[in-house]
Design a protein around this ligand. Structure first.
Ligand SMILES: NC(=O)c1ccc[n+]([C@@H]2O[C@H](COP(=O)([O-])OP(=O)(O)OC[C@H]3O[C@@H](n4cnc5c(N)ncnc54)[C@H](OP(=O)(O)O)[C@@H]3O)[C@@H](O)[C@H]2O)c1
Length: 498
């Protein structure tokens, strides 16, 4: 039986809701949050986080830069030759010139707001007669040329790495977890930020509100399934500019609920009714608990239906947050802990976590760095780079020393060791290994893609691994999952440092 009192849909509430979120053009300013930032009224994250690509003019570096820009990252390119960079790199990228072998060129301005570094530098190796206009060295892995080093590998690979790490460390050690909303110590009327968004927008009659109490924010009200409704929520208005949560592993909430299952959403686009990235969590009746929402576990949904083939979640660009109690789970499945009627959820804070669980320094090194001089190794079966190590002035040994600088510096890192790299188009699945034993080839495109993947991958943190193309497999989320699941962190391995 429909209760006529509760099921009466109120158009005035719909207009109130839409007006609050700025959906009606003349109500609500999208610049409102900028104003709040200026007044330091809310404890919100610093939005300026930059990925610094070192060696950005190189074969891998330039591909990393393009990919980062395409995914909406703010990018700074460190190059030796600014003129070349303007030809090689996309127009809209910030370029800084420095030489990692000259520490005085690595000024603090270069590292300002930098939260991640991808280092793709390498000693120049070229045929003795010089590099050809076609840069034949890029065929390495397919066609062999007799190489020689043009620079001192100790200087570039080892001293250079020491200089880079020393200059970057003060900045990379910053960037701790951020309090996004400290509801216990608010300095601004909450209503400026969060507003109720209930099933009234679909014709329902549920009603919720959010207010401040001594212990935080209280989201409460009455949820009803009348008129085919069944959800209540509170959502922030769109942030302008969007919030950048790059560098965090996820969101942490401190909540006290009523035993029901709630959802938390993040949105990476400014649409009113677009894709949201959702995570369901259970509360415990009347007990404060801490919920962690890993970004990698977010489910892309459109009105509670899972969106297959949605864009991956983009932590660089968060437009809004939402807390919801819904009758539905996903794809018309029911929330097993839902009951209509009164509900309440208290929230003490919302913050990011895991800044130290994701790599901040990604080094593109090389397979083979531990092989020169390894007992029992049949040199004839090794890649040419290993056979020619002495001729290349110990290039691989110095690369290994450079890796060691990164592994021991205290900054969360990933060391990627590609096998022979080619200019072939990417899109091939990869194969990882640890222990420095494999040989093969891999596209620079795929190495660039891998560099981006590890930025958001906690399982890649503090790991060193070799990589080559894997023609037996397809690129797919499952394949990436399998690759990262198989990695062991360097702390647990003894076979790494030989
Ligand atoms: N070739 C292969 O098959 C292969 C296989 C496995 C691993 N690797 C390694 O993978 C990494 C990336 O390879 P890649 O093909 O992209 O190399 P690349 O095209 O030679 O690029 C290296 C970049 O590093 C820059 N660089 C060198 N010394 C520098 C310094 N002192 N300060 C600042 N920048 C400096 C170079 O600048 P300029 O443009 O000014 O010269 C160049 O842009 C390298 O470490 C390489 O050794 C290569």
């Amino acid at each position: 039986m429909t209760n006529s009192k509760t099921s009466q849909w109120k158009s005035s509430r719909l207009f109130q809701t839409l007006g609050y979120f700025g959906v009606i053009p003349f109500i609500g300013s999208v610049k409102w949050l900028q104003k709040l930032f200026g007044q330091k009224t809310l404890l919100l994250a610093d939005t300026s986080e930059v990925v610094l690509v070192v060696g950005a003019n190189g074969g891998v570096g330039k591909r990393v830069v393009s990919r980062l820009l395409n995914r909406g990252y703010q990018v700074r390119s460190l190059v030796r030759d600014g003129k070349k960079a303007r030809k090689v790199l996309p127009k809209n990228v910030e370029i800084v010139t420095a030489d990692i072998t000259q520490p005085e060129t690595l000024t603090p301005e270069i590292f300002k707001d930098v939260s991640k570094i991808i280092c793709c530098t390498g000693t120049r190796v070229q045929p003795p007669e010089g590099d050809t206009p076609k840069r034949e060295k890029y065929s390495q892995g397919v066609k062999f040329f007799m190489p020689q080093v043009v620079e001192d590998p100790k200087l570039v690979e080892y001293e250079g790495m020491k200089n880079l790490v020393a200059a970057a460390k003060p900045q990379l050690q910053l960037g701790d977890n951020k309090i996004l909303f400290d509801f216990k110590n608010p300095t601004q009327d909450l209503k400026e930020t969060w507003g109720a968004l209930d099933d009234v927008v679909m014709g329902g009659v549920s009603e919720s509100s959010i207010c401040l109490t001594d212990s935080g924010a209280l989201f409460s009200g009455n949820v009803s399934t009348e008129n085919s409704g069944g959800f209540v929520s509170v959502r922030t208005r769109n942030f302008d500019p969007p919030i950048n949560l790059l560098g965090s592993a996820g969101i942490e909430l401190r909540v006290k609920g009523d035993g029901k299952r709630y959802k938390f959403f993040l949105r990476c686009e400014d649409k009113w009714d677009g894709v949201g990235y959702s995570y369901s969590f259970d509360t415990v009746y009347n007990i404060w608990i801490t919920i962690r929402i890993p970004f990698k576990d977010l489910i892309p949904v459109f009105r509670a239906n899972v969106v297959e083939n949605a864009q991956p979640f983009n932590p660089n660009q968060i437009y809004s947050y939402q807390l919801m109690l819904s009758k539905f789970e996903y794809n018309r499945g029911l929330n097993p802990k839902f009951a209509p009627g009164f509900f309440q959820l208290e929230v003490e804070y919302i913050k990011t976590y895991g800044c130290d669980q994701l790599p901040k320094f990604v080094l593109v090194s090389s397979a083979g760095v531990t092989r020169p001089g390894r007992p029992g190794l049949n040199l004839d079966e090794q890649p040419k780079i290993v056979q020619l190590n002495d001729q290349l002035k110990g290039l691989l040994n110095w690369k290994f020393e450079g890796e060691e600088v990164v592994r021991s510096c205290g900054i969360p890192y990933t060391v990627i060791r590609p096998c022979g790299m080619t200019e072939k188009p990417g899109g091939q699945a990869l194969m990882f290994d640890q222990g420095d034993n494999i040989k093969g080839i891999v596209s620079r495109d795929d190495i660039a893609e891998l560099c981006l993947k590890v930025l958001e991958e906690d399982r890649a943190c503090n790991t060193t691994f070799e990589v080559k193309g894997d023609p037996e497999n397809q690129v797919s989320p499952e394949n990436w999952e399998r690759l990262f699941n198989g990695l062991e962190s360097d702390g647990k391995k003894s076979s790494l440092i030989v």
